[in-house]
Design a binder for this molecule. Sequence first.
Ligand SMILES: [Zn+2]
Ligand SMILES: [Zn+2]
Length: 371
Amino acid sequence: MPLPITAAVLLDGSDRLTLTDVLLDDPLDREVVVRTEHVGLCHSDVHYVEGSLGIDRPAVLGHEVAGIVEAVGAQVSRVRVGQRVVATVTPSCGQCPHCLAGRPTQCSRVAEVRARPRPRFALPDGTPVQALADMGAFGEAFLASEDSLAIVPDDVPSVVACLLGCCVTTGVGAVVHGAQVRSEDTVAVIGCGGVGIAALQGARLAGARRIVALDSQPAKLEVARRFGATDTLLSQGDPADVVRRLHDLVPGGVSHAIEAVGNPATAALAFDLLAPAGTATVLGLMPEGRTIGIPADALVYGDRRIQGAYMGANRFLSDVDMFVDHYRSGRLDLDGMVTEVLPFDQIDEGLRRMRDPGTIRVVLRVGAGAA
Ligand SMILES: [Zn+2]
Ligand SMILES: [Zn+2]
């Protein structure tokens, strides 16, 4: 029997989310029904609401989510009813060459993992409703494949556990897995939103000796110092001037630059900040068709590199265990990243508050008893 729930739906022709009744389908053999506790508001959700990224409508957005397993399909073996879980947008098969090589975010069978013969959600009149990231977490419950869920211990509350699903995975992952930063490294992080703050924390966890935060808003730089930035740099105006000022702080440039904005100009800036033999790691998502312009001589003569790190090149299941241990020991500050918790019915207000420069993450409390 489909489960009647309330979800925030992006309707045709609307630039806001509408709370409405939808039906959640029964789980397939390898699927899990998760009762949502907390869900974070991520900038990619905003891009879909504003239309800069496209999705068929009506649609349920939301993907940075923690909740409690409510029901499982017949072949689910790894998670049990009652466990707290966090979901990833990068499920993986665990068996293809990319998965076996430790790059599950590049899983070549992800389409099979995500495949579903019928829609996850429908309006009461039967109209199918799309689900962002094959999940759709802006609702009281959602369906996810078992492969996209990691178990979170009870002592990690869902209000912070949800961050592990997107911004922490992406930001820390880009530093630890993508860039593989070490204690001798100097790191610049461009963009101090949720992902950038997580990248700063990743650089701190990795023991980088200098961590320079760059943002175009002064208020974000103040925030960055609380999460590991040893230096800050206002990245306004001529990029050549930004590079000069970075060289004043770190003579010769940094060994690693992390781009957490999702813009070709800041990706090129990341490359320009590098010392010889340095690596720029770009994790910000960009629409199809964009190109990044970098100086060829600096690339070749300077042995510099530029690379992607989609969703932080994460290894979700083992990463969540790592994050939990660092959180418990106080080395990973998740509580400080949640700058606002709002009830689910204030989701539109939450999307507005994301624009406040002091905001790192707005999290919505969905379940009545959510921890
Ligand atoms: Zn996200
Ligand atoms: Zn795979």
